[in-house]
Design a protein around this ligand. Structure first.
Ligand code: PMP
Length: 363
């Protein structure tokens, strides 16, 4: 049997085994065509069917209304940090940014190159953040072009558990690290984006959902390749898309469906979250989670041990026991457990057993 570890990587992250096995089985001869899907023309029938299946599975799973385009783009979420203001930050107007972590801050920095965004709330300073803002902490400009939030802060381990009310101003959500973690009503958003490499597939493709009325406001004075409207008009086939990455997204979405769709995915995710946070709380003399309870992320859980030496030992011993990817991001330190959709609850059970044992032995 193939050796597989318990993968807690933050992204690129572990993928569901059935999605990988399907790719393995179809790798050399896709659907009897005598070639791999990545050797097919992006304009041919075989690839086209995969492309449209991926779009329709996503529409079905998330119940995406017809007034949204579903796009598969390249350049990562980082490119969208730039292309959102290029498209939607109008001359002489502003956009509101909610700063909750390092990625939100990078999105703001790109918007500043394009125009003059405002900071509508900030819970991030000195490279740290322990919570997302409440509704009453948002100081929103009613004439802003959009409000940008980061729904899950991958580095800091915080997550919005409410959808901010923006009183008609289009909401833009960077959902890179929590897209598809549960059923989500996309209708309050004008624009949603996510790099695929956490919950959806391999790196190389970025998912964009854009509401048609918001897209209609987009600027035309930018290069065509950066216009979301051009990609929407061409069904994400304006230029060659990342065909193999989209094929893998198709496999992952098909797996989500066999699991029982997003309600089943959510209940597994909540089970994992409850198990890990309750373990941390029960052992709070040893493990310290810096995140306020109401903002705790169900996708990325961060915590510290009493010393950095113990953190290093924790990571080393966990790796030996088959649990990889637990070292916190270099900008934050500590331990980070990323528990995306493909991480089975059994892996979190093994991890929490290890945590109890480690605390007993070294605490
Ligand atoms: N936003 C968030 C919330 C992220 O977690 C990441 C990557 N981890 C990014 C943006 C940047 O994504 P990419 O590397 O795909 O550009």
């Amino acid at each position: 049997m193939t050796h597989r570890v318990m993968n807690f990587n933050a992204g690129p992250a572990g993928l569901p085994l059935p999605a990988l096995e399907r790719a393995r089985d179809e790798f050399l001869d896709y659907a009897g065509t005598g070639m791999s899907i990545m050797e097919h023309s992006h304009r041919g029938k075989a690839y086209e069917a995969v492309h449209h299946e991926a779009v329709s599975l996503l529409r079905e799973l998330l119940d995406i209304p017809e007034d949204f385009h579903v796009l598969f783009l390249q350049g990562g979420a980082s490119q969208v940090f730039a292309t959102v203001p290029m498209n939607f930050l109008q001359h002489g107007r502003t956009a509101d940014y909610v700063i909750t972590g390092g990625w939100a801050d990078k999105a703001l920095a790109e918007a500043r190159i394009v125009g003059t965004p405002r900071v509508a709330a900030n819970t991030y300073s000195d490279g740290r953040s322990s919570r997302v803002p409440t509704q009453s902490e948002l100081s929103l400009d009613p004439s802003a072009c959009y409000v940008h939030i980061t729904t899950n802060n991958t580095l800091e381990g915080t997550q919005f558990h409410h959808c901010p009310e923006t009183h008609g101003v289009p909401l833009v959500g960077d959902m890179s690290s929590d897209f598809l973690w549960r059923p989500t009503d996309v209708r309050p958003y004008g624009f949603i984006y996510a790099g695929a490499q956490k919950n959806l597939g391999p790196s190389g493709v970025t998912i964009v959902l854009v509401r048609k009325d918001f897209l209609a406001t987009a600027r035309m004075d930018i290069p065509k390749i950066f216009r979301f409207g051009v990609h929407a008009d061409n069904d994400s086939l304006y230029n060659t898309p990342p065909t193999f990455a989209i094929y893998m997204v198709r496999n992952v979405l098909a797996w989500v469906k066999t699991q029982g769709g997003l309600p089943a995915i959510e209940s597994a995710n909540r089970r994992k979250g409850t198990l890990l946070y309750s373990t941390l709380d029960a052992l709070s003399d040893f493990y310290r989670c810096p995140v306020e309870a109401s903002s705790r992320s169900v996708m990325n859980v961060v915590f510290r041990l009493p010393t950095e030496a113990l953190e290093d030992r924790f990571v080393t011993e966990a790796t030996k026991a088959g649990m990889v990817g637990l070292k916190g991001h270099r900008s934050v330190g500590g331990i980070r457990v990323s528990m995306y959709n493909a991480v089975p609850p059994s892996a979190v059970e093994t991890l929490t057993d290890f945590m109890r044992d480690f605390a007993k032995r070294t605490g």
